[in-house]
Design a binder for this molecule. Structure first.
Ligand SMILES: [Mg+2]
Length: 397
């Protein structure tokens, strides 16, 4: 089949709050082919910056937009998706945010190819099976311990068996404040649920501050401390994880969501001493690149976990990436209030089975469709013009 159209939909809630909640807006990408199929993908980045990467005029041979790289191309096999992902990378070598933007198209290419061949994406990318994953409810800390505790209680009422709290006030006060927040999360979840803490890069390169928290949180049975340091502080990460291990502190060190191309993820896996590598399929350039990281993590004995703070379109895409690795048994599952989390997909979200697990679908493609009514409801209409000539105008879904 031939790629006939790449459509871009910028969806956003009416009011965007200044919080670390990535589920307030999105860029959704649709790939249409000449045999009437369509595939859907999502980028995790500024929607308008990514949109420009699809339509801006050529600057030179290393700045050619993503649409140009894909339109009219042949798409019949997994090799074609991998070739097209590389082609878009070459065309856009010097485009800022190229990897974030092309992620949406890459995911949509896998989706439409799966529908064409009648296979789920996890099979096309080389997995033999789709193993169950325990979804952890991923939420932000409340503004104080009391609010955090009530969020934790609501997660247990919704039958989750694992939760991650992140950002908010963590690291903005004293050590005691941070402990009180995590204690409140643990109290609300009870003793049996898994608890993870996401520090949101708050301690920069301060290994001592991060180590103190690692010790304190380990006492509250926290599975991992995520992004205690900035992504680029690879040496500081290594110092922290070495110190945690040398002193027998029982907590994992997690990071990697900041990796927006394969090589930076590989750098963190090789040099940062991570126990968990967290990769965002909507940032690192799509399923093609995320699968390379999952394979490498498997070789290195590091647990791959998806980072996802977008809609369930991204959750679906993420689970295919590591579906066949039984030991990678946790999956991030956005559980906040944004109507875009569940609303953007049909059926509504990735269903948990009766035991509370999720797994990549057996259906062709990703196994979810975009919900056109939700796109219509939240779509922001964009028109880009140069010298009065239309460069881009939002399509109707
Ligand atoms: Mg995080």
């Amino acid at each position: 089949m031939k790629i006939e159209a790449i459509d871009l939909f910028y969806v956003a809630l009416p009011k965007i709050e200044r919080s670390a909640d990535g589920t307030q807006d999105s860029l959704v990408v649709r790939v249409r082919t000449d045999n009437g199929l369509e595939g859907w993908g999502e980028c995790d980045a500024s929607p308008l910056v990514s949109m420009a990467a699809y339509v801006m005029p050529m600057s030179h041979s290393n700045i050619i937009n993503i649409r140009e790289a894909l339109l009219g191309e042949t798409l019949d096999s997994p090799e074609d998706v991998i070739r097209l992902r590389a082609k878009a990378g070459e065309y856009g070598l010097d485009i800022q945010q190229l990897d974030h933007a092309v992620a949406g198209a890459d995911i949509a290419l896998w989706d439409v190819l799966g529908k064409h061949l009648g296979e789920p994406v996890w099979k096309l990318i080389g997995h033999d099976a789709s193993y169950k994953k325990l979804p952890y409810a991923s939420v932000l800390f409340g503004d104080d311990p009391a609010e955090t505790r009530s969020i934790a209680e609501s997660i247990i009422k919704r039958d989750f068996r694992a939760a991650k709290f992140g950002w908010g006030p963590m690291g903005k006060g004293y050590l005691e404040d941070d402990i009180a927040l995590v204690q409140a999360a643990r109290d609300g979840l009870g003793p049996y649920a898994k608890l993870m803490v996401d520090a949101g890069v708050i301690w920069g390169d301060n290994v001592d501050a991060a180590y103190q928290r690692a010790v304190a949180f380990a006492n509250l049975d926290v599975t991992w401390l995520e992004e205690p340091l900035r992504s680029e502080e690879v040496g500081a990460y290594k110092e922290l994880s070495d110190r945690v291990r040398a002193n027998g502190i029982s907590i994992g060190i997690a990071g990697g969501e900041g990796a927006d191309f394969y090589r930076s993820a590989d750098d963190m896996m090789t040099n940062a001493g991570l126990d968990f590598v967290q990769i965002d399929v909507g940032r690192i350039g799509g399923i093609t690149e995320a699968k390379r990281v999952a394979d490498r993590a498997h070789e290195l004995g590091i647990q791959y976990v998806n980072h996802t703070f977008k809609s369930h379109l991204s959750v679906a895409a993420s689970i295919h990436v590591f579906a066949g690795y039984e030991e990678f048994d946790l999956t991030e599952y956005p559980a906040g209030e944004s109507p875009l989390i569940l609303g953007l997909t049909e059926p509504t979200g990735i269903f948990r089975d009766t035991d509370g697990f999720v797994r990549a679908s057996e259906a062709p493609g990703l196994g979810v469709e975009a919900n056109l009514d939700a796109i219509r409801q939240y779509q922001r209409h964009v028109k880009m013009e140069i010298d009065g000539q239309a460069l881009f105008k939002s399509d109707e879904p």
